[in-house]
Design a protein around this ligand. Structure first.
Ligand code: KIV
Ligand code: ZN
Length: 388
């Protein structure tokens, strides 16, 4: 069965870089952009050109560098922003302007002291103006997660009339439940005249830990673009993690969706972004965390040694990890000890293993982890006559 493609819009260099203390310079951004192109992302959001001369330069240089990816620059629904973004994108082979405005009741009231009709007017004017510079114009309805669906549909319909190519429905505050976000996308698919002329995009934040689930609910209901970052980095609790949505779509073929990402580069890309940003990846992070393919309890280790599939739903090689690891702790069993002892050079008989295992448990109870050097020490001092 041929699968529908979900476009991967990477915003590591824009929304991701909004993490406090993780500022990147242009040279670092260029290295990451080159890697993102290799990874197979469809769109790179390179920055917010009007925000600073440094960001303008980054967007310009990335536009010159990458050739097979759409390069996108963010703007507010403000003429000057759009002009500056168009200028920064002038070397891009495939430029996209990403403009938008807040659409929720609280944004309209507190940020803009405005009303719905005036917001639609501003949005339409921004898209029309952006279209005078580039063909590909994406619109974000900021705080769409808390915007009423009827108003959202109205604004989308008006923007389609003026040629918007992508309609971004951000859950800016990470508020929605997956059912709610999926229903929002479905509502737009079913109620906006001409919706087939634009791509609906999911842009979800992780304040309640639901960014990935919401993005998947979005594409399951008809969106065909996901905005995400490597390692899920971003302001507050972050954005949707690219590696998570890519592997969910791959592991669940019944969704009938896939991406252009070369998943074998996920682990090394995660490492590169983590190092460049000086932001550690939590060890239990799905897909790219140090423990994502590590097994330390006896029951799991016994299963994995017999057949990896007993406790792993992803082949580590598919995401660029050499192999699963068996970590020895006081929760480990004989199978794991025999397995690791063999790797470091000891082929233990059943009787020898019983003896060494008792010594191992005493040792392991005093440590967080038993490493290869410890195995040598335990075996050599256990009284059995064996050499590595
Ligand atoms: O979260 C958000 O609403 C955004 C927009 C600027 C797209 O990042
Ligand atoms: Zn965002």
């Amino acid at each position: 069965m041929s699968k529908d493609k979900v476009q991967i819009f990477d915003t590591t260099l824009r929304d991701g870089e909004q993490v406090p203390g993780c500022k990147l310079d242009t040279e670092q951004k260029l290295v990451i952009a080159e890697r993102l192109e290799l990874l197979g992302v469809d769109i790179i959001e390179a920055g917010f050109p009007i925000s600073s001369p440094g960001d303008f330069r980054s967007v310009t240089e990335i536009s010159k560098l990458v050739k097979n990816v759409t390069v996108c620059g963010l703007t507010r629904a403000v003429k000057k922003d759009i002009e500056v973004a168009a200028d920064a994108l002038k070397y891009a082979k495939r430029p996209r302007i990403h403009t938008g405005i807040g659409t929720s009741a609280s944004h309209i009231k507190y940020k803009f002291n405005s009303n719905k009709d005036a917001i639609i007017e501003k949005a339409v004017a921004a898209v029309k103006y952006a279209k005078t510079f580039v063909e590909d114009v994406e619109f974000f309805a900021e705080d769409a997660g808390r915007t009423d669906n009827e108003f959202l549909a109205r604004i989308c319909e008006e923007l389609i009339k003026v040629g918007v190519t992508v309609l971004n429905i951000p859950d800016t505050t990470g508020y929605c439940l997956p059912e709610e976000y999926g229903a929002k996308i479905k509502y737009l698919k079913e109620n906006v005249t001409g919706i087939h002329k634009a791509t609906l995009s999911c842009h979800c934040h992780n304040d309640l830990g639901l960014a990935t689930a919401n993005s998947i609910a979005g594409v399951a209901n008809g969106a065909r673009q996901i905005e995400c970052t490597i390692n899920g980095i971003g302001e507050r609790a972050g954005n949707t993690a690219l590696e998570e949505v890519v592997m969910i779509l791959r592991q669940h073929p019944t969704l009938g969706l896939d991406t252009n990402i070369n998943s074998k580069l996920l682990n090394s890309t995660s490492l590169m972004v983590s190092q460049k940003m000086g932001m550690m990846v939590q060890p239990n992070k799905a897909i790219v965390g140090a423990n994502a393919f590590a097994h330390s309890s006896g029951i799991h280790q016994d299963g994995v040694i017999k057949n990896r599939e007993t406790y792993e739903i992803i082949d580590p090689a598919d995401v660029g990890v050499n192999e699963s690891s068996i970590i020895l702790t006081a929760r480990s069993g004989r199978a794991a000890l025999a397995y690791r002892a063999k790797i470091v050079g000891y082929e233990l008989t059943k009787i020898q293993l019983d003896t060494v295992y008792q010594e191992f448990l005493k040792y392991a109870d005093t440590r967080k982890e038993v490493v290869d050097n410890d195995i040598h020490e335990i075996i050599e001092t256990s009284g059995i006559n064996i050499k590595a």
